[in-house]
Structures are given as C-alpha cells and as structure tokens.
Design a binder for this molecule. Structure first.
Ligand SMILES: Cc1cc2nc3c(=O)[nH]c(=O)nc-3n(C[C@H](O)[C@H](O)[C@H](O)COP(=O)(O)OP(=O)(O)OC[C@H]3O[C@@H](n4cnc5c(N)ncnc54)[C@H](O)[C@@H]3O)c2cc1C
Length: 637
C-alpha cells in the first residue's frame, strides 16, 4: 500500500517540481499531481535569469527576491546537474542589450536607466564594440550595452532535471488533473498550478500569453555567442542560442485568456524584429512556435504561503515573467515553511498582504456578478413585516447560486475561466439592460392605458393584462431577433476585439441565451401578476425551484456528467434557459389553477367611468396610439 504523502504538490511546472525536489531532500514523502495542459509556461520560457529587465521589478520585495534568486542560481544549477545527471545549460556569458535603429536607442536608454536605478551593472557599448562581441549582429545595430549579471538556462532542461532529481529521491508523479483540493489526500497540499491555480480556489491569478518561435540553421553555421535583449522597431525581443544551431526568439505579451493557438501575426512580428537584429536568421528554418501562459497577479507579485482558513493548504504561484529565475528561492522558502513552519516569505507575497487586490478570494463578490433570471424575482416585490429578512435570505440565496455558477465556469479548462466568466457576465448584463427597456415601455404603456380606461375592477384589469402581455411579447420578440442578429458585434463591442476567445464563447452562449430571454420575460410577467395581487410567495418559491434546477443542471451540462455532452459555456446557457423554461411551465400551471384567475374571469366587465374610459372621445387618443391599436382596446372602446 502506498504511504500517504507528507506533501502533495499540484502542478509540475518549474515551481512545483523545484518545491517537490527540495521537500524530498528534507526527507518528506512527496507526490506531484500534474497534468500537462497546453500553455504550460515552463515548457515555453527561454530561461533568462535577469535580476532586472526593462521595468519588471518595481516592488522592492520582488527586486530583492530576484537578486537573491540570481545569486542562488550557480549553486542551484550545479547541484541540480549533479543530482539529475542533466546539463541544464546554465550560461554566465552575460546579455547584450542592442538597439537596432537610432530611434530604438531611447527605449534601450530607458532600460539602462532602470538598471542603474537598481544598481545592476551594464557597460555601454558602441556599434563596433557590439559587433566585436557578437559578429552576427546587423550592421545597422546602433548601440547598446553588456549586462554581465544576466545569465540564462535552458528552462525545459531545468524541468527535466528537477523531475529526474525528485524521482531519484522517491518523489511520486501522478499524472492527473486535480479538480478540487479535497480530492488530494496528504499531510499538506501545495497549489503550484501556474495560470490555472484559480481553478482550485479563487486566487487573483490571470494568464498572460507569450509566444516564442524556434529557428534552426540548416547550414550548421555558428550560433549566437550571447543572449541578446534587443529593441527593434520600437519593440523588445529576446534571442538566445540553443544547442549550437538553434535560436529561440521570444516573446509576445498579450491578454487573450487561455487561448494557446500560435498566431501568424505574432510569428511575423517576432521574426521581423529578430531578422532586423540578426539578418542571418532570415535563412533559418522555423521548427516550432509555442505559446505559454505566464501566471500574473494584479500587482505582478507572486502569491506564496499558507491559504487563509486552511491549516493544510499552501499556495505558490503567480511568478509571472520570472518563474524560472525565482524557482530556487521560492522552493527554499516554501520548503522551510512546510518542514519547520518558519515563515520567511515576504509579507507582500502572502494572501494576507496589505494590497487589497490580492484578497479577492475572501471578500470579492463583485468581480463576476452573474445574473440568473431566476434571481430577479427572489426578494423583488417582497412586502410585509418579514420583507427585510426575506430580502436578506434572497440575497444569500442569490450569492450562493452566483458563486456556484462562477465555481463551475471557473473550473473549465479550455473554455477558460476568464473568458467564460466574462461571457456569462456580459450576457447577464445585456439581459438586465434589455429587461429595463422592455419593462419601461410595456409598464409605461400599461399605466397610460389604465389611466385612460380606469382599472379599479377586474373587469377592466383583464383587457389591460391582455394588452400588457401582447405588448411585452411583441417587444421581447423584436429585441430577441435584433440581439440575436447583432450578438457577435455586440460581444466585440463590450469585450473588446482583443478578447478573441471570450468573444467566440459569448457568441456560443448568446445563441442559446437570447431566444431564452423570452422565457425570462414570460416568467417576469406571470410573477408580476401574482405579486400585484399580494401573492409574493409563489414567485419566491418559483425562483428557488429555478435555481435548484440550475444548480444541478449547470455542472451536468458544463462538464458532461451523467452521460450528458460536455458543453462548457453553451451548457451553462442551456442549463439557465432550461431551468427557466421548466419553472415557467410550473408557474403557468399554478396561475391557471389559481383563485386569482378564477376571480378575474368571473368578474363582469367594469362599467364605464362617467366621462372617462368608455367615452369614445377620451378613449380614442389611447386607441389611436400605435401600441394600443395592436394590443387590443378595452371592451366598450
Ligand atoms: C513566453 C514566456 C517567456 C518567459 N520567459 C521567462 C524567462 O526568460 N525567465 C523567467 O524566469 N521566466 C520566464 N517566463 C515565466 C515562467 O515561465 C513562469 O513564471 C514559470 O514557468 C511559472 O511556472 P509554474 O510552475 O508556476 O507554472 P507552469 O509552468 O505553467 O506549470 C503549471 C503546471 O501545472 C499544471 N496544472 C495546472 N492545473 C493543474 C491541476 N489542477 N492538476 C494538475 N496539474 C495542473 C499545468 O498543466 C502546468 O503544467 C516566461 C514565460 C513565458 C510564457
């Protein structure tokens, strides 16, 4: 029987593997639960070990951490190579900073300035000195410098070596996707799941996409002597030689959620800058393009330490653009915490840090306010002595359903959390806006009508209800058709055209949700009839029914449980519309059976108020209006 591990690490990127190895060295039984998802950052990073890049370490705690990491790398690389037998390509030959054209010098000068501000050495070089160090540089290279402190490793080999070193000490690798912390049985669980960490709890980590291109020289000519941090056409680019004939060109930086498809535009932009700096690369073959997802946080600082409220859970993520550099020190601090309980983690990196932006998991409920139609009636129109309590209860219920949906959508892997939540939030907001329009128009017209014809009796209420019903149906139909036709441009407008994956998901979601809006408004109308007659209980019960159905149907259709197809956000839309449709059918049945309807049907038509509704003179203006003529006039008009 396998021993229950002392520590289970979720995520086998460079951070998780370094931690697992260090813990095993301290005699702990360690398991790594890992599923290699497309976009794993450690599989893409070129491995610059730069204690300062352009403007990356504005925070003093992170700057100090980075310096310490840089200092620890020589010993770490040597120890790792010894333990694994794998050469991790640790190179100390420094980094050339190169401006292509004269106008790129301003950007490069800013890089120098930044470095000098943090006491990181960089020797200025003119164009000739640059080419003496790196003969493959373009004749147009206008100037630059040499950063002796900037080293680099082969990040993919580091990962291989960490895995092998861990294995030699008995680390067990479990090939699986962990869906919840409770699935893992261990003395302590550490989440090191990179950009996917929020699928295990609501940490404020978001993916920042980076694409790299790998080139190979078919002629077998000499490769680059140094890593190059260049600026060409006003944009930075990083070039590093690999295994003699390979060159890695890195990297783009954009916010497109979990989209990991390499793009032609990014490839073109990277190659254009690379060839401008090193023209010989134009003759190289493109062997591969890769996309990785950097785990970023709102303040760009890592999130490390204990998980508040859980004695056995820890987190180590959010190392953004520097995870390879920071891996040794992050692993050491976390190991110390796990083994001895000594917490040497800088306060700024913990979840208890002073920056409120990183406290999202405990108190933020506003980031993704999901609206479900069924929530609207809950608490709305609740009158009487118990109203505040009922509203509070409704609020709790609403928050619960909202949290539930966020949880499931946030755990989607491909239809990424950010895009999926943005989609559903956007659709909910649209629904609310449109509902206001529909209610303003239909409610306003109904009030005008009732003023014109008088509505104190059921007899006159009946045709008014009929008119309001037809009116709402008509407006709803128009809005649904228009919204359906415009769903793609609207999604682009609201989400921005850069959010390609969110826009795509939104269109899928709205394809189902827009026709479902009619059901929502139907429910609203029937609920309003109950409420207008003092029955607030039925709408509340129906809201609870709808949300109960939704709570069950949502995960079934999102994940494809119980043999259902796995539909992601489309499943979420289907669950929403389906739960509303079932509830409307039940409410309608209750309405048909209710004493209210019987009473209304039994009531005789109201007599005309003298000089008011029944007089053709006073009724005619209302009848002549476009709305009433097609909604049907009150009897006697
Ligand atoms: C283009 C690019 C260039 C970069 N350049 C550099 C650089 O030069 N220097 C530098 O220091 N840093 C660089 N970085 C940043 C660095 O790569 C990251 O900070 C670092 O790799 C993060 O490591 P990680 O282990 O936290 O995450 P990852 O490497 O992403 O690993 C997390 C792993 O956990 C797995 N996982 C997620 N969820 C689960 C789950 N629920 N169950 C099981 N497994 C799960 C994922 O599949 C993934 O394999 C770069 C990143 C990119 C994308």
């Amino acid at each position: 029987m396998t021993r229950r591990p002392d520590v289970a690490v979720i995520g086998g990127g460079v951070i998780g593997l370094a931690l697992a190895w260090r813990c095993a060295q301290r005699g702990l039984a360690v398991e790594v639960h890992h599923d290699e998802l497309p976009g794993t950052a450690s599989a893409v990073a070129p491995g610059m070990l730069a204690p300062v890049s352009e403007a990356d370490f504005p925070d003093p705690a992170l700057l100090e951490f980075a310096h310490e990491a840089r200092r620890s790398w020589p010993a770490f690389a040597a120890e790792l190579a010894g333990a694994s037998g794998i050469d991790v390509g640790y190179a100390t030959d420094g980094l050339l900073l190169v401006a292509h054209a004269a106008e790129d010098r301003a950007r490069l000068a800013a890089m120098y300035g930044f470095r000098e501000g943090f006491d990181v050495p960089c020797t200025p070089l003119d164009a000739d000195e640059l080419r003496a160090r790196e003969p493959l540089l373009s004749a147009e290279a206008s100037g630059g410098g040499f950063a002796t402190e900037d080293h680099h490793v082969d990040a993919q080999r580091v990962r291989e070596a960490l895995r092998a070193a861990g294995q030699a000490l008995g680390v067990r690798y479990v090939d699986r996707r962990v869906r919840s912390l409770d699935e893992v049985s261990a003395g302590s669980v550490v989440v090191a799941a990179g950009a996917w960490s929020p699928s295990l709890d609501e940490w404020p980590v978001t993916p920042v996409r980076g694409q790299v291109v790998l080139l190979r020289d078919p002629s077998g000519g000499p490769g680059l002597r140094h890593g190059i941090r260049g600026v060409a056409q006003g944009q930075p680019v990083y070039l590093a030689g690999r295994d003699g004939h390979e060159t890695i060109v890195a990297a783009t930086l954009d916010h497109t959620g979990f989209d990991v498809q390499p793009s032609a535009q990014a490839t073109e932009a990277l190659l254009r800058k690379a060839v401008a700096l090193v023209p010989a690369l134009a003759g190289h073959e493109v062997t591969e393009t890769r996309v990785g997802l950097r785990p970023d946080t709102p303040d760009h600082l890592p999130i490390m330490g204990r998980v508040p409220g859980r004695s056995d859970a820890y987190v180590c993520t959010g190392h953004y653009r520097h995870g390879v550099l920071l891996a040794p020190v992050a692993a050491d601090l976390m190991t110390e915490l796990l083994v001895t309980g000594a917490d040497g983690i800088p306060a700024a990196f913990t979840l208890n840090g002073s920056d409120q932006r990183r406290n999202v998991r405990r108190d933020d409920s506003s980031t993704c306010a999901l609206h479900t139609a069924d929530e609207a009636p809950v608490g709305d129109g609740v009158a009487g002595p118990g109203a505040p309590a009922a509203r509070r209860l409704a609020g709790v219920h609403r928050a619960h359903v909202r949290g539930h949906r966020r949880h499931h959508l946030g755990r989607l892997d491909r239809a990424a959390r950010g895009a999926a939540l943005a989609t559903v939030t956007m659709a909910g907001t649209l629904e609310n806006v449109l509902m206001s329009v529909i209610l303003a128009v239909s409610g306003g017209t109904t009030i005008l009508l009732s003023r014109a014809v008088g509505a104190s009796e059921y007899g006159s209420l009946r045709p008014l209800l009929r008119a309001a019903f037809r009116l709402t149906l008509a407006i709803t139909a128009v809005i649904c058709v228009v919204l359906f036709a415009l769903r793609e441009p609207l999604a682009r407008l609201i989400l921005g055209s850069g959010e390609a994956s969110a826009v795509r998901l939104s269109v899928d979601y709205l394809t189902v949700a827009v026709p479902g809006i009619a059901v929502f408004y139907g429910q609203y109308l029937v609920d309003s009839t109950f409420k207008a007659n003092g029955d607030t209980r039925t709408p509340m019960r129906m809201a609870v029914l709808s949300n109960l159905i939704l709570v069950v149907a949502d995960p079934v259709l999102i994940y494809g449980w119980l043999g259902a197809p796995r539909l992601g956000v489309t499943g979420s839309a289907l669950a929403l519309v389906g739960s509303r449709a079932v509830t409307l059918a039940v409410t309608w049945r209750l309405y048909r059976k209710s004493a209210l309807l019987r009473e209304m049907n039994a009531a005789p038509d109201a007599p005309a108020a003298p000089g008011r509704a029944r007089s053709a003179r006073s009724c005619r203006p209302a009848c002549r209006s476009a709305w009433t003529s097609w909604c049907g006039c009150p009897p006697g008009c």
